[in-house]
Ligand binder design. Structure first.
Ligand code: COA
Ligand code: AMP
Length: 630
């Protein structure tokens, strides 16, 4: 079938289409129906089925004779480690860890927070939870203790599984003090923790509460898979919203399995037994779907890469990993390629490696700029596929389905909607706009399987954040247009979310942190263009009356405050002190106008602006720190 036929079928008969795709999954009790509409606008998938994710990711492949195949390649240029783990070994390790967790009382529906770097134990912890029907919530290592505490309070986990440390170039990030701080700060106290001790920093353990990973599971009786219903939450993953409170995106088990299984062959063109590499982090949705679950559900081999595109040790690292592991399909963020291109524009490192196994490069996480795509296409000689998705959707909304039909690539577009996504561009009143016209991007409900059915314990917030602006649609928060051929173009966010090196961050959350500084009366954070990271946060600070300190001293403290409260991943290093912020007469801060001024772009101040002269003050202040160049 062609892409067009598959897509049409998925929209015309979602129930029939996805029920057919569900044949790729081993069910304990097979679904008789795919789509459940009774709670619309909340739609549920595979609710009447029973299934286990870990069974589908490990046990069934071992049972089918893949036990000796490598499931996970751990490649860590930072620690100088390489390890191949077979499906049989992975199953044995996961079942034992699950057994130990079960013996400590972790059962179906309990939440477990996982705070681990890019090591195989992170995957083992996730799969052990899945084996028991426990709901994991992985927290990215670059977040500070306060962010971890917020997630502990929202998910109320029975246990936390963590590593003693993560490794960043030139720096060991000790996780245990961050975890201790977070538990101290949180109102909810997990019953126990399991700590994987790494040689680079061995953590102190608190008697009674903290358990050493090795002793915890040695001698444990391996646990069997616990079947759960198709709508049971597989995991919660927190993502930035417009406020300081992150949103707990829920992923339901049945749809997650079916959608990821579909995508591995049809979108990524990968066959079982082949090597798929996604160079992201297990703390992000991309890592959940394509470092852990997608490749393993499909019986492929996944690469767990603990390193950076440059500096570990050089801009040839990616090519080495592709050569050594015969990677056929590679997925990363455009920022990683921009980093390599900046360091090695002529691709000299590439010449040292044989990357002929590679069939396709996939980019996502932020807008893929044409320069980067063209450079990657030319240097690697393979199709470069931009695809667009979000934490909420769990898999691509738009892409170019290489295993189904290789559609023409249009640079600047993540191509066409994937099955089940009825993508439309809407005007302010929610009417569909004609081809070529810019508007808010909505997806007509129901969303396909694998996407979020809800937010954790926050159904009202789910409805008000995503389903209320355009009744009958899911609001993506992205703006763009669709061309005459049905190709979608993503141009900007419609909210205060910014994208720094493929990481989604909330300017609202940053403003809450800056506002807490004793000398800051008012503030705003905007995203400014950055040639490497796409965007960087820039803070505008209005100091309280009577503050006589040097602005530089306050800025330095604000930068440190952001690092300690939100975490290093925010990359907050730029701020400027101004007298006033530009506002409308109703008091709305003109963040978009400030971002345009900073980027030296033409801008039109809204007619409702309170005082035009503030914009000149902002421009002068920005020029002083090297921005607002025309
Ligand atoms: N634990 C602790 N700290 C972390 C971390 C982690 N897991 N990940 C990042 N950080 C820290 C970094 O050490 C850095 O700290 P610094 O300010 O002390 O240097 C800061 O957070 C920002 O990190 P990062 O965004 O990685 O920037 P960088 O300057 O170190 O590297 C790139 C730049 C482009 C090489 C890097 O951003 C990159 O590899 N990006 C790929 C993005 C990606 O995979 N995104 C996932 C979505 S698909
Ligand atoms: P996250 O939830 O962290 O995956 O971030 C999702 C957001 O990143 C989207 O809503 C977009 O704003 C942006 N994004 C992701 N992929 C793309 C892409 N291919 N092109 C443009 N923007 C993207």
């Amino acid at each position: 079938m062609s892409y067009a036929e598959v897509y049409r079928r998925s929209i015309d008969d979602p129930n029939g289409f996805w029920l057919e795709q569900s044949a790729a999954i081993d069910w304990e009790e097979a679904p008789t129906q795919a789509l459940f509409k009774a709670r619309a606008p909340i739609f549920e998938w595979f609710k009447d089925a029973q299934v286990n994710t870990c069974w589908n990711a490990l046990d069934r492949h071992v049972a089918a004779g893949r036990g000796a195949q490598t499931a996970v390649i751990y490649d860590s240029p930072i620690s100088g480690t390489r390890q191949d783990i077979t499906y049989a070994e992975m199953l044995e390790r996961v079942a034992r860890l699950a057994g130990a967790l079960q013996a400590k009382g972790v059962t179906k529906g309990d939440r477990v927070i996982i705070y681990m770097p890019m090591i195989p134990q992170a995957l083992e912890a996730m799969l052990a939870c899945a084996r028991l029907g426990a709901v994991h919530s992985v927290v990215f290592g670059g977040f500070a203790a306060r962010e971890l505490a917020t997630r502990i309070d929202d998910a109320t986990p029975k246990a936390v599984i963590a590593a003693s440390c993560g490794l960043e170039p030139g720096r060991v990030v000790e996780y245990k003090p961050l975890l201790d701080g977070a538990i101290e700060m949180a109102a909810h106290k997990p019953e126990f923790t399991v700590i994987y001790q790494r040689d680079q920093a061995v953590a102190d353990l608190m008697q009674g509460r903290d358990h050493d990973w090795e002793t915890f599971q040695s001698g444990a009786t391996p646990a069997e898979c616990v079947p759960v219903s198709g709508d049971h939450p597989a995991y919660i993953l927190y993502t930035s919203g417009t406020t300081g409170n992150p949103k707990g995106v829920v992923r339901a088990t049945g749809g997650h399995l079916v959608a990821l299984a579909w995508s591995m062959k049809n979108l990524y063109g990968v066959d079982p037994g082949e090597v798929f590499w996604c160079a992201s982090d297990v703390g992000w949705v991309v890592g959940h779907s394509y470092i852990v679950y997608g490749p393993l559900i499909h019986g492929a081999t996944t690469v767990v890469f603990e390193g950076k595109p440059i500096g570990t040790p050089d801009a040839g690292t990616f090519w080495r990993v592709i050569e050594e592991n015969k990677v056929v399909s590679f997925f990363t963020a455009p920022t990683a390629f921009r980093a390599i291109k900046r360091e090695d524009p002529k691709g000299e490192f590439l010449k040292k490696y044989d990357t002929s196994s590679l069939r396709t490069l996939y980019l996502a996480g932020e807008r893929a700029d044409p320069d980067t795509i063209l450079w990657a296409q030319e240097k690697l000689g393979v199709p470069v596929i931009d695809h667009w998705w979000q934490t909420e959707t769990g898999w691509a909304i738009c892409g170019n389905p290489q295993g189904l039909e290789k559609l023409p690539v249009k640079i600047g577009s993540p191509s066409v909607p994937m099955p089940g996504y009825d993508v439309q561009v809407l005007d302010e009143a929610g009417h569909q706009l004609p081809a070529g016209e810019l508007g808010a991007i909505g997806i007509k409900l129901p969303l396909p399987p694998g996407t979020l059915p809800n937010l954790w314990n926050a159904e009202e917030r789910f409805i008000s954040s995503y389903l209320s602006a355009y009744p009958g649609y899911y609001e993506t928060g992205d703006a763009g247009y669709i061309d005459e051929d049905g190709y979608v173009y993503i141009m900007a966010r419609t909210d205060d979310v910014i994208n720094v090196a493929g990481h989604r961050l909330s300017t609202g959350a940053m403003e809450e942190i800056l506002a807490a500084h004793a000398d800051v009366g008012e503030c705003a954070v905007v995203g400014v263009a950055d040639p490497l990271k796409g965007q960087l946060p820039l803070g505008f600070l209005c100091l309280n009356a009577g503050v006589t300190r040097e602005p530089e001293a306050v800025i330095k403290e604000c930068v440190a405050l952001m690092r300690s409260k939100l975490g290093p991943v925010a990359a907050f290093k730029l701020a400027v002190v101004v007298e006033r912020l530009p506002k409308t007469r109703s008091g709305k801060i003109l963040r978009a106008t400030m971002a345009k001024i900073a980027d030296g772009e033409p801008f039109k101040a809204p007619a409702t602006i309170e005082d035009m002269t503030v914009l000149d003050e902002i421009e002068i202040a920005l020029q002083d720190i090297g921005f607002a160049k025309k």
